[in-house]
Design a protein around this ligand. Structure first.
Ligand code: BGC
Length: 740
């Protein structure tokens, strides 16, 4: 019935009734939107978060407290699980306390962009892998990275990220290295800390994970890691300490594995003694999904929230344990306090997310900017790069679906591609374990750069056909890939799918061969001496092909440097095979008996291992070329200020940005046979320009961990300070004196 006709048929009384009902309806909608907060003194924004949390706590019943310390189940993640009515379709959900004005917590996996966007028909920007972004060594880019994630989470209605992976690259074949920030604790901690600070800047709760020692996926649920405390504090945990110090995270996710006999989510040393006491972490510890193994032990040893929460450890059993006195009431209050104070501190109570349309254009521009800083030029013989956009040029593009897109990382860091997987578009979201390509076509953008040239693509499945095309072309660009994902490690550093043979065949056919790598982490390159150019673009995100084209044609001068060492082969690594991985199997997680993994290399991770063992890698940590050259000079050290000073000059003919790196070797008493990265700066230089660089050396990065005193110690003595272009090329030397 048309609306006008309906109105004509109504009497005055019925109209009045309709009006009253409408008003009641309005009231109902308003009431659902939230209770009257004016009578809630904790809603006073001027009060400190801890005080506000305590005020709420005083009002809470035992059941309400229990409700906050576990999630509502696997929800969207598992087909058979119920999805809570108010869930925002993320990986996690905690029901809020309506009567007290405490909102739900809706968490979304968002390591490199927001996961599962397809589920609700949303859009999410795919950023470069965090390992790629770490190659920029740019804290502003890291902050921008986190801001993009925070901005899009808010727009999608989420108030907490799950991300902030800062497990150092102890195992270069780890399937999740692309979600982390490299092998050095200072670089990884600094980049991840700034990234998570960026998330928080958007008034979204932030997170650091996977605490701690989840450095490989093989047997991640049952591997018992052994590592002495001194090395642990100076390597893996230092990355967490720095990231947590910078980002003040709302949550820290404890990991699946065990450390020295106890699961990480019920490990008194890791959680209570180090994280909460030493790091002064004020937020809450949430378990990785299914990483809780007990009620009383986990509660007493520092876990604050069981996720996703339907395994019945922190629901009724915890209530009973509190009532029985096995878990003190004060401990439950501490758990809830930590959650509430983080909600107030981040602003999700005062300024909840407002749903809006994600800006894909801004996201793409931001992703491209980060990618341009992330790409690392590893080899450039005969100045084969940058390419000239010349009419006579003919370029063969080979392999890795470079006609349609760029590769992304898998597992819970997988972002859904707009239009579906570019190599196999299908309705719905990404499939676990299936590599996803994003629609950023290298072929398209390379053609745009060189419109007069002939640019042809061949898929590379037939090396002979690829070699034939390469032979008839002026330049051959071979794209190779290494798909990586949560829950599996690569069996070796070698490229999968016979791609080494493809490169060999093309390089034999064309002396002007350039290899572009799309890898999750370091790989071996047995063909490196046979090609002229090598470019590592990682998983470069939705603006990846544009960024690559800008680098290849010199519109952007490469500035990225490796955040991980590239070994020549597996035999050079501390563990020549991934511990626990069965030969000929890439499946790692789940089918294992418990096993010990003894990290006998201690703190000698990455470049420190190579230096200590006097092994020469394929490409060292901190290495990356530019289209210009830089000269370092005039190093001085100020003992009192603990600063190092030197000059960097651009001696070439192009503008560029040099990442100047500072390393320190500790006095002999430290018994370290390696140097440590302690500081760096991105120095932007016009041709011929010089800039003075002054960097402070943080005493924490110069200290050793004294296990007897259970604290950091700055040894007196002479420290060798080195500055230069990479870990293997610290051209300048000086001495820092630390007085007793
Ligand atoms: C992963 C976490 C992730 C969680 C929720 C786990 O399998 O280890 O990193 O946040 O799932 O999806």
């Amino acid at each position: 019935m048309p609306f006008r006709k309906l109105l004509q048929g109504l009497t005055v009384t019925s109209l009045f009734a309709v009006a009253v009902l409408a008003l009641l309806g309005v009231h109902t909608v308003w009431a659902q939107a939230g209770p009257n907060t004016s009578k809630m003194p904790w809603m006073n924004k001027a009060l400190p978060p801890d005080q506000r949390a305590d005020m709420v706590l005083k009002q809470m019943t035992l059941d309400e407290k229990i409700q906050m310390v576990h999630g509502a189940g696997w929800g969207v993640l598992r087909k058979s699980s119920p999805v809570p009515a108010r869930s925002n379709f993320g990986a996690g959900f905690m029901a809020g306390i309506d009567r007290l004005g405490i909102p739900d917590i809706n968490l979304a996996d968002s390591a490199v962009g927001i996961r599962m966007a397809a589920y609700e028909g949303r859009y999410a920007t795919l950023l470069p892998s965090t390992l790629g972004a770490a190659s920029s060594w740019d804290v502003d880019s890291a902050f921008l990275y986190g801001s993009v994630i925070g901005r899009e989470l808010r727009a999608q209605g989420f108030n907490m990220t799950i991300g902030g992976g800062v497990n150092i690259t102890r195992e270069p074949r780890n399937g999740r290295n692309f979600e982390y920030a490299g092998e050095d604790p200072v670089l990884a901690g600094t980049m991840t800390g700034n990234l998570e600070k960026g998330v928080l800047s958007q008034r979204v709760m932030n997170d650091i994970k996977h605490y701690a020692l989840n450095n490989q996926e093989t047997g991640r649920n049952m591997v018992n890691v052994l590592l002495d405390k001194k090395a642990l504090r100076e390597s893996d945990l230092l990355a967490f300490e720095i990231a947590i110090g910078i980002s003040d995270p709302s949550g820290v996710m404890c990991s699946y594995n065990l450390y020295e006999g106890d699961h990480a989510c019920e490990n008194d040393y890791l959680l209570n003694q180090v994280l909460k006491k030493d790091f002064k972490f004020k937020g809450w510890v949430l378990s990785d999904w299914g990483a809780t193994h007990s009620t009383v032990k986990a509660a007493l040893n520092g876990l604050d929230q069981d996720m996703p929460g339907d395994d019945n450890y922190f629901s009724e059993p915890l209530k009973k344990a509190v009532e029985d006195g096995q878990v003190p009431k004060a401990r439950l209050d501490d758990m809830v306090h930590r959650i509430l104070r983080s909600m107030f501190a981040a602003g999700v109570v005062d300024d909840p997310p407002v749903r809006s349309v994600v800006d894909p254009f801004q996201g793409r521009d931001d992703a491209q900017h980060i990618a341009e800083e992330s790409i690392v030029l590893l080899k450039n013989a005969d100045h084969i790069l940058p390419l000239q956009a010349s009419a006579s040029a003919s370029i063969a593009l080979i392999g890795s679906h470079a006609d349609v897109g760029v590769l992304s990382g898998g597992g819970s860091a997988q972002v859904d591609a707009p239009g579906g997987n570019a190599i196999d578009p299908q309705p719905g979201g990404s499939k676990w374990g299936v590599p996803v390509y994003f629609p950023s076509s290298p072929l398209k953008y390379i053609r745009e750069k060189s419109p007069q040239a002939s640019v042809q693509y061949i898929d590379g499945t037939d090396p002979a056909a690829a070699a034939k095309l390469a032979k008839s072309s002026g330049t051959a660009i071979v794209f190779v890939n290494q798909p990586m994902s949560e829950d599996r490690d690569a069996a070796t550093l070698s490229l999968p799918e016979n791609q080494d043979a493809l490169v060999e065949a093309v390089a034999a056919a064309n002396p002007n061969t350039i290899v572009v790598l799309e890898t999750g982490g370091p790989v071996s390159m047995p063909w490196v001496h046979k090609v002229k150019g090598v470019v590592e673009m990682w998983y470069p995100g939705i603006g990846g092909a544009q960024a690559l084209a800008n680098i290849l044609f010199g519109d952007v001068n490469p500035s990225g440097k490796l955040p991980v060492t590239f070994a020549k082969d597996d035999a050079q690594l501390p563990h020549p095979m991934v511990p626990g991985l069965q030969p000929n199997s890439s499946i790692s997680n789940g089918k294992h008996k418990p096993f010990d993994l003894n990290y006998t290399e201690g703190a000698e991770v990455g470049y420190k291992w190579f230096e200590a063992k006097k092994r020469e890698p394929l490409f060292p940590f901190g290495f990356g070329l530019s289209y210009t050259c830089y000269e370092y000079s005039g190093l001085t050290v100020d003992d009192a200020q603990r600063t190092v000073h030197f000059t960097v000059r651009n001696t070439g003919e192009r503008a560029g940005t040099e990442i100047a790196e500072v390393y320190v070797a500790l006095p002999a008493a430290a018994q370290e046979s390696y140097k440590r990265l302690v500081a760096w700066q991105r120095v932007k230089l016009a041709p011929g320009e010089s800039k003075d660089v002054t960097l402070t050396m943080d005493p924490l990065y110069l200290s050793i961990f004294n296990t007897e005193k259970d604290g950091w110690q700055l040894l007196p003595g002479e420290y060798t300070v080195m500055a230069g272009a990479s870990s293997s090329d610290p051209t300048l030397h000086g001495t820092l004196h630390i007085q007793p």
